[in-house]
Write a protein that binds this ligand. Structure first.
Ligand code: BTN
Length: 258
């Protein structure tokens, strides 16, 4: 049975994450705010998120994941990234997940995600999942590093003269896909008390896994060559160096050289 989606479209807002954060006290699990334009879009590491008006998806899903322990909060990133990756695969674009939660087609960024959690006792009480997915945009400002869109990737795959995608239709498809993974996470946790299958799907789809690449370690601003070999118990990325030694890094402790 297809579920009725609660999606609230706005012409302009500062940030859809702000609308979802305001909704926490009164709105239910699986409520979505989407905007055609954001005046103060927020990205990771305190960056801004900018996007051409009415060309791309900018939206935030409010989840009330009361079955997820706060210590397992990374599973929300896994749910969202696997949902987006699966939606893009159905559209004909093969992507990878750049830890912790960007979506890349080869070395090009198609989607960014900003998740803000609320915690009550040991459990998550809310997760605002803000998603910026480039859909129809063909030209980007020069200062953005390697941006791409669904349209550009399909053109790169040989599909020419495609009409613009309908943002409302695409959002419904994408949100339904994310909810499929959310429901899978709940089922898996209720059955096994863990999320092993979702973790292993996430690792399978990890960008630059098991290949040597260059990174910058924040501490000491040191450039190193290493390969991603997995995630730690606390969802830090684990790198292995040429000498076989390993080290794990939290989000702000490492950056990729792309
Ligand atoms: C990043 O890659 O830096 C994360 C970008 C997240 C952007 C989305 S757009 C919808 C939602 N509202 C925001 O202000 N940010 C997120």
């Amino acid at each position: 049975m297809t579920q009725k989606l609660d999606i609230r479209w706005l012409k302009v807002t500062d940030s859809t994450n702000n609308r979802a954060l305001e909704g926490i006290p009164t709105e239910k699990d699986k409520t979505v705010w989407a905007a055609e334009f954001q005046t103060a879009g927020r990205g990771q590491r305190g960056n801004k998120w900018t996007s051409a008006e009415a060309q791309n998806l900018m939206f935030s899903i409010l989840l009330k994941p009361d079955f997820i322990f706060a210590k397992d909060q990374f599973i929300v990133s896994i749910i969202v990234t696997l949902g987006i990756e699966s939606y893009l695969k159905k559209k004909g674009v093969q992507t990878k997940i750049k830890w912790p939660n960007d979506i890349y087609s080869e070395d090009r960024k198609i989607c960014g995600i900003l998740i803000e959690h609320g915690i009550s006792g040991q459990m998550l009480s809310s997760s605002v999942c803000g998603i910026g997915l480039n859909i129809n945009q063909r030209e980007f400002p020069k200062d953005l590093p390697n941006p791409t869109s669904l349209m550009l990737e399909l053109e790169r795959n040989g599909k020419k003269n495609l009409p613009a995608f309908s943002l409302t239709d695409e959002l419904e498809e994408l949100v339904a896909e994310i909810y499929t993974f959310y429901d899978k996470a709940r089922d898996e946790f209720l059955r096994t008390g863990k999320y092993d299958s979702l973790y292993s799907q996430y690792l399978d789809r990890l960008y630059r896994k098991d290949e040597f690449h260059r990174f910058v370690e924040t501490e000491g601003n040191k450039e190193v060559e290493a390969k991603i070999v997995g995630l730690s118990d606390t969802a830090c990325i684990v790198l292995e160096y040429h000498d076989g030694s390993r080290k794990s890094f939290a989000f702000k402790e490492i950056s990729y050289i792309i």
